[in-house]
Design a protein around this ligand. Sequence first.
Ligand code: GDP
Length: 270
Amino acid sequence: MGATPLTGQPGRSRTDSRINRTMMKPRPTPSAPAESSATRAPLRLEKSESEVALGWLHTARFLTTAPQLHFLPDLDIPEIAFVGRSNAGKSTCINTLTQQKQLAFASKKPGRTQHINLFSLGKQGVMDAVLTDLPGYGYAAVPRQEKVRWQQVMANYLVTRKNLRGIVLMCDPRLGLTELDEVLLDLLRPRVQEGLKFLVVLTKADKLTRSEATKALSIARLQAGGGEVRLFSATKRTGIDEVAALLWAWAHPSVNATATADVEAVTPAA
Ligand code: GDP
């Protein structure tokens, strides 16, 4: 990847030291000749974690749509799936993260609402991950038959999708987790214990007061087991950087591991 790897703490400390150097540099006196652009050292600003992550997410392109699981292409790159009940804000969240107005609304076209839609990700035309938009499941009053069908699809997807790296569950915190969300959590638990990443995104956070948001976060944290929880608002642009950085890290564990190893190598033992 051409982009600066996510370095977390080391990136920050490099930036800090640059700021300190800049602050310590004596200001030129009015009589001193101005530095010419030829002699001035180029100021190389490092990209923050979220900038790298958002740049990567912006590469999202529609890859394929499948009416059923067995039509999905076999892939050996990390896959991150978005799930949630209809109207939870899933399409808006995908569009916001990828900074594209229409991407996930492809999933809302008539005849496509029950399809599984895949979006490729990767810089310089090299696909290094996929986002999967799984069909939104019904409103509260869903016929039993449909619930059973959805449970089978989810269970099969979780079992058969070998390249699945993470699941993002969208939840409108004003409604809380529904029965089918709970079913999903039960299905997920064994795979999360085996290392599958899991994030609950509490959508439409702009509709919550500060105390409601705090409460929603603590409830979701209890329900999410080993998973992460983040507040998200497309309108107020809350949580975008954090969610983007998490997804990037999930899809690039080796880069993170290398970055961690680099830190360990340069950090003197305490
Ligand atoms: P999906 O069915 O889960 O894909 O949900 P959509 O993305 O279509 O969103 C459902 C509704 O919630 C739409 O009317 C969106 O405009 C609205 N919505 C989505 N995200 C937000 C948000 O962050 N804030 C607010 N206030 N409304 C949102």
